[in-house]
Write a protein that binds this ligand. Structure first.
Ligand code: NDP
Length: 331
């Protein structure tokens, strides 16, 4: 039988093309197609969610839309042999919150292929505090490990270190025994980065302007969430056989680089996408987080907020006024 519940729904006026959002009562009959229905227990807010809510960027491509690209909850109905009622599940990406209703609601309906069983050592709340930012960091670290990177090979550079992906990358790599250099434009946050495990703070201005095609060999690996000239400079500072996992474009989506690091030092540029990543890669990333992420550090960077306030919180997140990770309990 259909049940009614509250959802944050974004609509668009087709004449003015203006979008607006607010809390509305909807029914389980309104949920999109899928073989598993979930009672959402926790969600979070990523930059992409904030863009969807504010409409600052055309993230939402189908209206009406419920935002929320990360979900943790329990299965309430399932037509899939892989999930039973009561299973605790998590979901990140897959276009949810963009073209398929997401987590800012008490219920969500998903394709079972998109769901993962919640990692045993993490609570649903932990998983949402980690969210797409932490999961993407883990995908990046996994790419470095797959390339054979070991702590003995040398230091690893993380760019955009104070950001979501950057902070989790620093914490994970340090917990795994790597020496981590953290590049940031916020030197006043050096203590925070050191508390996450960074041993060296690099001024991001030293990476943001055009540099040499080949520079001094400093790093055995890197996680880059910045792109553009920064990524070009990171490549030129790689040691022989170094690997760079690239996932972001905080500086820009261009890449004004040369082939020199590739052809003279055997450097690898490994791309990372979290949205469409296959299930096995997701499971490996979450297993890495479960095994290595320091829960006390996770608690330190997480702040609980009220889901009812998402419309007020989103512009603050876009303006960089929110530090750390937001966790919403879905009551
Ligand atoms: P945040 O906004 O939390 O962090 C981005 C960080 O980048 C900032 O904190 C800042 O770090 C740094 N930065 C910002 N502007 C500039 C600039 N002009 N030049 C150099 N550095 C800059 O974002 P996230 O960590 O959530 O995401 C990081 C990037 O990764 C984004 O581009 C995002 O779109 C992308 N992303 C990609 C995913 C994928 O699937 N490939 C998934 C998730 C995110 P600091 O203050 O330390 O300098």
């Amino acid at each position: 039988m259909a049940e009614t519940f509250e959802a944050f729904v974004i609509t668009r006026d087709e004449e003015t093309k203006q979008q607006s959002g607010g809390w509305t009562t909807v029914s389980t009959d309104d949920l999109p197609e899928g073989d598993v229905t979930i009672r959402v227990r926790h969600t979070t807010m990523n930059y992409k969610d904030a863009l969807a809510i504010t409409g600052k960027s055309p993230v939402v491509r189908r209206f009406p839309m419920v935002p929320g690209i990360d979900i943790a909850g329990e299965v309430t109905a399932s037509d899939s042999p892989d999930f039973a009622v009561g299973d605790e599940v998590i979901m990140n990406g897959w276009g949810v919150g963009e073209v398929h209703w997401g987590g800012y609601a008490q219920y969500a309906r998903m394709k079972s292929d998109w769901l993962l069983k919640k990692p045993a050592g993490l609570s649903g709340a932990d998983c949402m505090a980690i969210g797409t930012a932490g999961y993407t960091a883990a995908l990046c670290v996994q790419r470095l490990l797959d390339a054979g990177l070991t702590p003995e090979a040398g230091p690893v550079l993380v760019t955009g270190a104070n950001g979501g992906v950057g902070s989790f990358s620093v914490a994970l790599l340090a917990a795994m025994g790597f020496t981590v250099a953290a590049s940031t434009g916020r030197p006043e946050e050096a203590d925070y980065l050191k508390s996450l495990g960074a041993t060296e703070i690099v001024d991001r201005n030293t990476l943001s302007d055009k540099g040499r095609p080949l520079d001094k060999e400093l790093y055995a690996g890197a996680v880059d969430s910045v792109g553009s000239t920064t990524l070009a400079n990171v490549l030129s500072k790689m040691k022989y056989d170094g690997t760079v996992a690239a996932c972001g474009l905080a500086q820009g989506f261009d890449l004004p680089a040369t082939v020199m690091p590739f052809i003279l030092r055997g450097v690898t540029l490994a791309g990372v996408d979290s949205v469409m990543a296959p299930k096995a890669r997701r499971e490996a990333a979450w297993a890495l987080l479960d095994q290595h992420l320091d829960r006390a550090k996770l608690a330190e960077i997480t702040q609980e907020a009220d889901l009812k306030d998402v419309a007020d919180i989103a512009p603050k997140l876009i303006d960089g006024k929110i530090r750390g990770r937001l966790l919403f309990k879905v009551d």
